[in-house]
Structures are given as structure tokens and as C-alpha cells.
Design a protein around this ligand. Structure first.
Ligand code: AMP
Length: 456
């Protein structure tokens, strides 16, 4: 007999014999024989969000909708892939070789080069230009939530498909907007129950400061190029400032005696930073000045910041962001200053788990209906449909013996079971069992919802 194979439910197994495999193009129950098993594991660096992990996502979405929504931010959803040019213009011109290498890029059937977003800013700004958002009331404040993709080395807190909650604040060069952006990120993390937070504030300066600092760093490090890690050596030519980000100990030793970006800010960038710092202090948001903070991509200027959490290991950066005046122009829009940040959802969940504030657990029904004869199966299905206006209700799809039916009800996690057989039908009732206390009583069909709801 041909076996039956249902997509998505196969456990990890080693096949000893030729096994049924999905036929090409078929998406339901599949038949057909082939000799190799289907790979039953998710791609390295990706993962499934199982039902008991879903509440955390709802928790995050609700907190963001409230905290960011109350600040007049609006939600924007952009596609997960864009024309490669969108990222080349923003990410690529900086020629950050590491970021370039990490992009998932492919040609579609029309020969167009497309890229899975490695971060949100470029796509959000592309949408800003596409929809003429520069005509909207200023500042335009947008938040987004979704997956991002980077072909990175996988470790704790580092995935290939990960998720970001991203925020962009567009249209004003004011340091007040920088402070608001940082404060909102802090408020959101606080609303998620995180208190052990460290805000690191720095500045990469104006483009001319940045260029001067890059030249200084290149000159200082060039004689030691051979001692730098491979990544840092590659960055020495194209974006030396990024070497400050290196986790490599010998890179850090070489950097130890050198000036940091903060030491070489021009007066305008310094003034801007001081005003951001003043606003944060006024609002009671604690932060540390971080002299060597840099952002991964070249389009940042002036304010740069990160928020770290204690206790979640090496990848402690929960979120990072910065100002990127000039990027909208690069993407074909009018001159528009802006600042933004992205929070790494997996790392935030990790920190929330440590803090004991993460919501978990699959949703459980209020009521599980147990039909004890065939007629009751139809009755149960119909009753479930009407009760679902108010309650979460599931049921058995075939007649059950009471003991078996109660066991099913228990396994479903329901608070109550209601049983129906010939005897109950004769008097128009259901036998209800409170599965936590074991209490048993009868209820009419009409009163069942009130009874379960505890409203009568
Ligand atoms: P970035 O866009 O590199 O500034 O990253 C912003 C935030 O996204 C970081 O602070 C991390 O929390 C998170 N993040 C970045 N890359 C990854 C990754 N590969 N896996 C998981 N989280 C990431």
C-alpha cells in the first residue's frame, strides 16, 4: 500500500526503506515514492515559532502599538525583498564588505536582481519616496515589525532569519527628535518588563568629521595592517571606522591608544550630541557616553546609540540606531533628515525570558465538548459554533466513551468539559465537569456559556 505523507508534521526520522515523498507541485496529502527522505529540519539559522511561543509576539506587538502609537507613530509594512539597488545605494556604496557578503541576493525569473532585506531602513525609506511621504505632516514617524535576513555565523542571539522591530523618524534635523527616538526605544523595552538596560550614546560626527576620522584611523593603523583580523583589514580601505566594532582582541589592542570618534567631533556635531544628552537627562533616562560607538552602515551621521541588556551573553545589543541625514536623497527622494533604530526581537525575548516577563504558553480552550453518541457529534459541532461568539470551544469529532472523552478534554488544556449522550438529550442538558476542581453539574444548552463564563 502507498503511504500517506502530510507536509509539516514529519518528525525527525531516519528512513530505513524507500518512503513516500511529496509529489512535485502537490501541497496537500501526498503520495509517490522516492529513495531519499525529505529534509525535516529548518534551514540553519532559522526557526519555527511554535504555538506556545506566540504569546510573546502578541505581547511585543501590543506594547509597540501602545507605546509607539501614543507617540504618533504609524505602522508600515514593506516587502521582505526589494530591488537589490535599494540596498546597494544605501548599504552598498559604503562598500561595507561584511554586510555585502551577508546579503541573500538572487535573480528572479525575469533576470531582476532582488535582495532579502538585511535591515529595514533602506526599504522603509524606499517606501517613503515611493509614496511621497515628504508631503505628510512632519515628522513622519513609522514603525515596522518583521523578518530580516543575513548570512551570518550562527550563535546564541545571531540568526540568519531574525526579526526586527524598526522605527524611523523622518523630516527633522532637531536633536529633540533623536532624544525622542531613544526615549521611545527605552520606554518600549521598559514596557516589556526590562529594567537592566544600558543606553550607550555616541556620535559618528558630520560627514567631514567622519572622513577626517577615517583618514586618521587609516594612517594610524596602516603600519599594523598585518596584525589586524581579516575583516578589519578589509575595512581599513573602505570604512576604517567600522574596525572599532571588531570583537577581535588584537584589533582592540591596536585601537587602545588611538582617538575615538567622539574625540574628533566638529563643533556642530558636538553641539547636537550635547543637546540630545541634555534632553535625555531632563527626561530621567540614564545613559553612558560611548566614545567609540559606530553604526554598521556608512550612511549614519551624528547620533549613534545602542541599548544593551545584562545577562544574555555576548550578543547583548538589544537595539541600535542612529541619524542618517542624506539617505532619502540617495534613494531618489528630496533632502530629508532622519533618525531610526532597530530592535532585535530574538534578543529582546531572550532578555525578557531572563527577567521573567516573557508571555508563553499555547492558547487553551475554555470548553471541550464530548459527544457520547453520533447524534451528539452533530450537536457538539453546532453548539461549538454558537458558543464561539463568546468562548474558545473545541470538541471531539467522533463519539467518545466518557473516560476517553474526559482524557481528551484534559489534554486539550480546557477549563471545562461538557458531555452529551442520550440521557442528557432527554432532559435538554449537558453534563459539565470543571477539570481543575473535578466538580460536576448539569447545565442547559442555553445557559452553558453563562455558566462557563462565570457570569451566572
Ligand atoms: P543592526 O541592524 O545590525 O544595527 O542590528 C539591530 C539589532 O538587530 C541588533 O542590536 C540585534 O539585536 C539585532 N540583530 C542584528 N543581527 C542579528 C542576527 N543575525 N540575529 C539576531 N538578531 C540580530
Amino acid at each position: 500500500m502507498q503511504g500517506v505523507y502530510v507536509v509539516g508534521v514529519a518528525p525527525r526520522v531516519r528512513w530505513k526503506h524507500p518512503q513516500p515523498m511529496p509529489a512535485q507541485g502537490d501541497t496537500g496529502t501526498l503520495t509517490g515514492v522516492c529513495l531519499r527522505p525529505m529534509r525535516s529540519r529548518a534551514v540553519k539559522g532559522t526557526y519555527d515559532v511554535l504555538p506556545d511561543a506566540q504569546p510573546a509576539w502578541t505581547q511585543l506587538e501590543r506594547a509597540a502599538t501602545r507605546v509607539l502609537g501614543h507617540a504618533g507613530m504609524q505602522r508600515l509594512t514593506t516587502p521582505v525583498f526589494e530591488h537589490s539597488e535599494v540596498f546597494d545605494r544605501s548599504v552598498g556604496e559604503s562598500a561595507d564588505l561584511v554586510v555585502q557578503k551577508e546579503m541573500y541576493r538572487f535573480e528572479d525569473r525575469g533576470g531582476r536582481s532582488l535582495t532579502l532585506r538585511p535591515e529595514f531602513t533602506a526599504g522603509v525609506l524606499r517606501a517613503f519616496v515611493t509614496h511621497g511621504m515628504h508631503t505628510w505632516p512632519t515628522p513622519v514617524k513609522l514603525w515596522s515589525l518583521g523578518p530580516a535576513f543575513r548570512a551570518e555565523n550562527v550563535q546564541r542571539g545571531r540568526f540568519r532569519q531574525f526579526h526586527q522591530l524598526n522605527a524611523e523618524f523622518l523630516g527633522l534635523p532637531s536633536p529633540l527628535l533623536d532624544a525622542e527616538a531613544i526615549a521611545l526605544l527605552h520606554d518600549l523595552l521598559s514596557a516589556l518588563g526590562l529594567s537592566d538596560l544600558r543606553v550607550k550614546l555616541g556620535s559618528v560626527g558630520d560627514p567631514e568629521d567622519r572622513a577626517a576620522y577615517n583618514a586618521y584611523l587609516r594612517d594610524a593603523l596602516a603600519p599594523h595592517a598585518g596584525e589586524l583580523s581579516a575583516n578589519s583589514r578589509a575595512r581599513l580601505d573602505v570604512n576604517p571606522m567600522r574596525i572599532l566594532d571588531s570583537k577581535d582582541e588584537s584589533d582592540q589592542a591596536l585601537l587602545a591608544g588611538l582617538d575615538k570618534p567622539l574625540d574628533r567631533l566638529g563643533p556642530d556635531a558636538r553641539e547636537h550630541l550635547d543637546q540630545v544628552a541634555q534632553a535625555l537627562s531632563d527626561w530621567g533616562i540614564a545613559f553612558d557616553m560611548a566614545p567609540s560607538i559606530v553604526r554598521g552602515l556608512d550612511y549614519y551621521r551624528r547620533t549613534a546609540f545602542e541599548i544593551h541588556a545584562e545577562g544574555i551573553g555576548a550578543q547583548s545589543a538589544l537595539a541600535g540606531g542612529g541619524r542618517y541625514d542624506g539617505l532619502v536623497e540617495t534613494l531618489g527622494g528630496p533632502p530629508t533628515p532622519g533618525i531610526g533604530w532597530a530592535l532585535g526581537v530574538e534578543r529582546v525575548f531572550d532578555a525578557m525570558r531572563e527577567a521573567g516577563t516573557l508571555h508563553t504558553g499555547a492558547a487553551k480552550p475554555d470548553l471541550y465538548l464530548v459527544p457520547m453518541d453520533d447524534l451528539a457529534v452533530t450537536e457538539a459541532a453546532e453548539l461549538a459554533r454558537s458558543l464561539r461568539q463568546r468562548l474558545t470551544v473545541t470538541h471531539a469529532y467522533t463519539a467518545r466513551k466518557p473516560a476517553k472523552g474526559l482524557k481528551d478534554a484534559d489534554r486539550s488544556g480546557a477549563r471545562f468539559a461538557a458531555l452529551r449522550g442520550e440521557r442528557e438529550r432527554a432532559t435538554g442538558v449537558w453534563t459539565v465537569k470543571n477539570l481543575a476542581t473535578g466538580d460536576q453539574f448539569e447545565s442547559t444548552t442555553e445557559r452553558l456559556a453563562d455558566t462557563i463564563d462565570g457570569t451566572s
